[in-house]
Design a protein. Structure first.
Lengths: 233, 253
């Protein structure tokens, strides 16, 4: 079998969706982990985002991570393009629809709405990347801060500035809700798509998937909310 | 269970042939016994239509015992009607009460074109099986039952997958019109057994290729197929099929 045959088959395409999805999940673990350092402020107000700024600086200044960042964007784009191609193909498989929809009889609404949830996430990502990534990596328009003689971007102050705007909060919260539902199905579905068929593990992965989607999305949502209301920073 | 009669309103999809656009027709059926099967209710309606000089409603059926996989009605938004692990022929009218309205549609999928009314062409399933859903052995004397030991768990899983009757409810229920539950049952029941081993790799590759050619969608693991399957084929088979395909596709030259 040729590579092209494998990756253009329906199962091959879903294999790519599953792998890229798991890769993006691994990125979320890092992202939520480093960003949660802002909550150190709750325990020590003199901290003023130092731990978070150092973490962000490490991510931005380490060569290996910058190379992985290229891989991250490649994986993200592949996941998005492949997702839309699959959605288009799947929708075209039924030209005449039903008069009475099956609705939630047998499947969860969010498992049937991965395209919609993914689109909401994509729109959110455009706003999110413009808010932080572009300023930190492209235009370098962030205020500097110096710790132990090392100058770095003051991402913490930038977060406070962005999250002081009222309209940003519902956009981010909606983004996090979309993420929660996308992950609630995507987490366990990704493992199925790459072939995990042991029921003992599948049951574990379903529980783990729900826990992961709720915890990660809640932590992310708490960041803009806690900064807007002044609990942090 | 107490017997009762009921009057019902039926909205049934009528379509002269594959070219016709089709439409819903409304019928009133009277004095339907709660002990009738759903298909017997259609027989009563058809006899009435014939008496009136009208064209009877075409629908697929054969054994009427829930084992052949021919009946295929999408009833009030669910393939094979409201009962769990059930075929249309085994659905009985006690599932309904007097005055109910029942909407009956054919399976909807481009790979299952409507032939007439509620009858769809499911020969795409036959072509998928022909592309690899078999083992190549010369027939001869029956082999001794103990000649080839098979683990009990695997034999049970293979048997559970082999229970698929190929009715197509999985495709009808799936938002992507995916045939993956059907295909995974056919691949699993042979992949789990030593008899299926020699053609294990080529089987899964050829069957998936044929499924894609037939125009079925891809699986997004929503679970709607499993929920409506009259034979309770587990969605776990789909994950097994994925592994069979990935393992075969990545190593086959």
């Amino acid at each position: 079998m040729q590579w092209s045959e494998f990756f253009t088959s329906s199962v091959g395409k879903k294999f790519v969706m599953g792998l890229t999805g798991l890769f993006l999940i691994s990125f979320l673990v890092i992202h939520v982990g480093i960003n949660s350092c802002i909550f150190a402020d709750l325990f020590d107000p003199s901290e003023n985002g130092e731990m978070f700024n150092k973490g962000a600086h490490f991510m931005g200044s380490t060569v290996v991570i910058r190379i992985l960042e290229v891989g991250l964007f490649a994986g993200l784009i592949l996941h998005i393009v492949q997702g839309y191609l699959l959605e288009a193909r799947n929708r075209s498989a039924r030209s005449v629809g039903y008069a009475v929809s099956m609705g939630n009889k047998g499947s969860k609404w969010y498992s049937r709405s991965m395209g919609l949830l993914g689109t909401l996430l994509l729109l959110f990502l455009v706003v999110h990347i413009a808010h932080f990534w572009v300023k930190a990596r492209i235009t370098h328009t962030l205020a500097p801060v110096t710790y132990n003689g090392v100058e770095m971007h003051d991402m913490f102050s930038e977060m406070k500035a962005v999250f002081s705007q009222g309209w940003v909060i519902p956009v981010y919260v909606l983004g996090c809700i979309s993420l929660a539902y996308h992950l609630a199905h995507g987490f366990q579905s990704a493992f199925r798509s790459v072939g995990v068929h042991n029921n003992k593990y599948n049951k574990l992965l379903i529980g783990l998937g729900y826990a992961f989607s709720i915890i990660v999305s809640l932590l992310f949502a708490l960041m803009p909310v806690s900064m807007y209301f002044g609990w942090v920073g | 269970m107490e017997h009762y009669n009921m009057n019902l309103t039926l909205k049934v999809w009528r379509q002269k042939n594959s070219q016709d656009k089709g439409r819903f027709e409304t019928y009133q059926v009277k004095n339907i016994s709660s002990e009738m099967s759903f298909l017997e209710m259609f027989d009563v309606l058809n006899e009435e239509l014939i008496r009136e000089g009208k064209e009877p409603i075409a629908f697929d059926h054969d054994c009427r015992e829930g084992i052949c996989g021919m009946c295929s009605m999408y009833i009030n938004g669910r393939p094979h009607g409201p009962w769990h692990a059930n075929t249309t022929c085994q659905l009985h009218m006690r599932a309904y009460k007097d005055g109910d309205t029942i909407v009956v549609e054919p399976w909807r999928a481009n790979a299952f074109p409507v032939v007439k009314d509620l009858v769809v062409d499911r020969s795409s399933f036959d072509r998928i099986v022909q592309s690899g859903g078999y083992i190549s052995v010369n027939t001869g004397n029956a082999v001794d039952a103990n000649a080839m030991p098979i683990e009990k768990d695997k034999a049970d899983a293979a048997f559970a997958a082999a229970a698929c009757i190929g009715c197509g409810a999985c495709v009808a229920a799936c938002k992507n019109s995916s045939a993956m539950l059907f295909l995974s049952a056919k691949v699993s029941h042979l992949a789990l057994l030593p008899q299926g081993a020699p053609e294990r790799k080529s089987r899964v590759l050829n069957m998936v290729a044929q499924m894609d050619r037939e125009g079925f969608g891809a699986c997004t693991n929503t679970g709607a197929c499993e929920a409506v399957c009259p034979k309770e084929i587990s969605i776990t088979n789909i994950a097994r099929l994925n592994l069979e395909y990935i393992g075969s596709g990545l190593v086959t030259e």
